[in-house]
Ligand binder design. Sequence first.
Ligand code: PEP
Ligand code: MG
Length: 893
Amino acid sequence: VKFVYDFTEGNKELKDLLGGKGANLAEMTNLGLPVPPGFTITTEACKTYLDSGDEPAALRDEVSAHLDALEAKMAKKLGQADDPLLVSVRSGAKFSMPGMMDTVLNIGLSDTSVQGLAKQAGDDRFAWDSYRRLIQMFGKTVLGVDGELFEDALEAAKQAKKVVVDTDLEAADLKKLVTKFKKIVKTEAGRDFPQDPREQMDLAIHAVFDSWNTERAKLYRRQERIPHDLGTAVNVCSMVFGNLGPDSGTGVAFTRDPASGHQGVYGDYLQNAQGEDVVAGIRNTVPLADLERIDKKSYDQLMQIMETLENHYKDLCDIEFTIERGQLWMLQTRVGKRTAGAAFRIATQLVDQGLIDEAEALQRVNGAQLAQLMFPRFDDSVAVGGKVTRIGRGIAASPGAAVGKAVFDSYTAVKWSRSGEKVILVRRETNPDDLDGMIAAEGILTSRGGKTSHAAVVARGMGKTCVCGAEELEVDTKRRRMTVTGGHVVEEGDVISIDGSNGKVYLGEVPVVPSPVVEYFEGRMHAGADDADELVEAVHRIMAFADRKRRLRVRANADNAEDALRARRFGAQGIGLCRTEHMFLGDRRELVERLILADTDAEREESLKELLPLQKQDFVQLFEAMDGLPVTVRLLDPPLHEFLPDITELSVRVALAEARQDPHENELRLLQAVHRLHEQNPMLGLRGVRLGLVIPGLFTMQVRAIAEAAAERKNAKGDPRAEIMIPLVGTVQELEIVRDEAEQVIAEVREHTGVDLKLALGTMIELPRAALTAGQIAEAAEFFSFGTNDLTQTVWGFSRDDVEASFFTAYLEKGIFGVSPFETIDRDGVGSLVKSAVKAGRETRPDLKLGVCGEHGGDPESVHFFHEVGLDYVSCSPFRIPVARLEAGRAAS
Ligand code: PEP
Ligand code: MG
């Protein structure tokens, strides 16, 4: 195997091997763009190093060969005394992990070569500044010295000179600082700062490998669901300098606005600075457009390159560049992260530009982004005043509306959010150590840094609201407060609101309004209308692409006309699950209680008689709302205890009545019955079809209500398409009994109404035994609907009501699963049962209709699975329907 690739050897498809940065540097090199020469060490080398604790045997020689070639190309040697070649050693994994891993710049400087550099550059200050940066970065990341020690020494040097910015330190000051830094290294690391350039390089490479497994990198990967075994590549790149004076600088740019998708000039530029200064958001940058005035030639060239990149990648790209004395260099590009709204807009814009087709456009967006766009926003029309004061405006870095208590450090953010508080993390600027706090917070607010600062990039990646660079805010982390130009003081715990779509920051709680995307789905805003917003247009078009592509139909889980109508507006093609137990709550609960506790047939029949017309009316309304579309009505399912009085409460009532010698015959009778029916494991107890078989007349009452409602709708010239579904079936015998009874009832209704009724009868597959005997069950069922909630519960043996609160966090932390199996279908376990049941069911009955109605029906990843195994439809809650439609379209394209 080959462990090292020259930039001329790779390409953008090799991300697995070369990491994102390396693959794209190679791509740019081969496009003929100005990339400083260099080479990439593969992720394979990293994996070997991490697995065995040592680099692969061949690596050293390969690196030597590539270094020789690089030195020949640059006509100077690494660390050469009179004119040193300097290199950067940068991490670069397959997926970008902003700021998570290590980078060391200026490798090759030493006590001697710093003199050579000074002479070559004609700039003492620059050379000594580069050297002190090397010792600082190397000391911190390679030798593990506490970075604060260097920061403090730098600060002390500035104070001694009574200056504020680094650039006011002169060569002599920096020279002294280098001596100081070397001392820090010696005491803290117990060794001298290495003078041998190759040793510097090798140690830096190992440090980058090691940085893959730092705690914060692991946390980031868990959060972003990046596999832990990918490893990172290492890029060794010849240095170019943005800190050589005013005709040098460094910047970041986007080929389009990552927040809106609009084409234009977007980015930040910092004159006389080295790469990390911009991303770290330490000094304030100027807008990229200003570069035209500062250096027109480089600006024009950059615009040209950005166009080339967009046309080549056919997507929004972000770029890091450096200008060294008027010469432009590209240091990085990649397909850029973007906000959810921008993703939709960019996808349609690219279709209009003819760069991509509809199927590709669907791959450029996803259901999670759509879900995010459906979140409510701040109500702009609310006059600010009274309880809400606008206290600042920063950069709209990541959209959304977040309200919470201000906290000024990550630790407090985590602590407070654990106890159920909503918090906004407020920092001057964030760094990778703030990751926990950012995850815990509703939103992030910083007073420094631009759209490409750490806070902005990470928040966008997480889909979390972020406002950054709100300069009116003076953040005082030590005193846990911020002061606002103009006088307001915000203390820890004060409620603030931040708007990531326009950058506004408020003291107080701003009310929120629905998103325009929801208004559109609700039919209150129309695509094509004059006032329709661009986002709505884009969503409208993408949804049309998805609907044209998808094979899966999408139904809703809905139990009443209101939800059914909303589902219909959102694009539901029927109801996949009407949970009839939801129709027995409120006033009707008592009727059910009487039914369950009935001692005699007469009592039972009495309560059934009362329930029948109520049930029928429910169905009439539902069938009317869903006229012309299938409605799957599931017969009563829930565990009994949900309908019975609480046993403790009842015992107390009886005891009190006894003590007072009040009459309490009824309570006592009830208590005895409740005791009789009490179950240790209600979820595995008398529920679903078991209830129907044990309580005579219950299911037949429901079937009668459905049939009569359908007949009534038919008589009213409606088009009811009812389907009757039996829950919790484990064996075909259960189903056969219920089916025979149901058919008899339907025949009766047919007879006495004279309406020709066709009601499909099917079952849920939600027990392992049902899945395992699906071939037999299909004999008695016209359709299956996979109840993946109960199926997950029973296949794993996890109580669906308890686990999330008990041991799931530990499981997630230990990486036993990356996401709860109740959220995303467990393909290997539950999924394989679904797959085999589909096959067996269709073998018995080729026209068997197949769907899913567990929560997974609205989960993006799971939708792809259901598409793959060949279900006919997914059913999910009304609000998830657009997401399911989109993902079904994506799965099919
Ligand atoms: C299921 O078990 O997946 C299901 C849809 O039924 P319920 O959630 O009502 O148990
Ligand atoms: Mg169930």
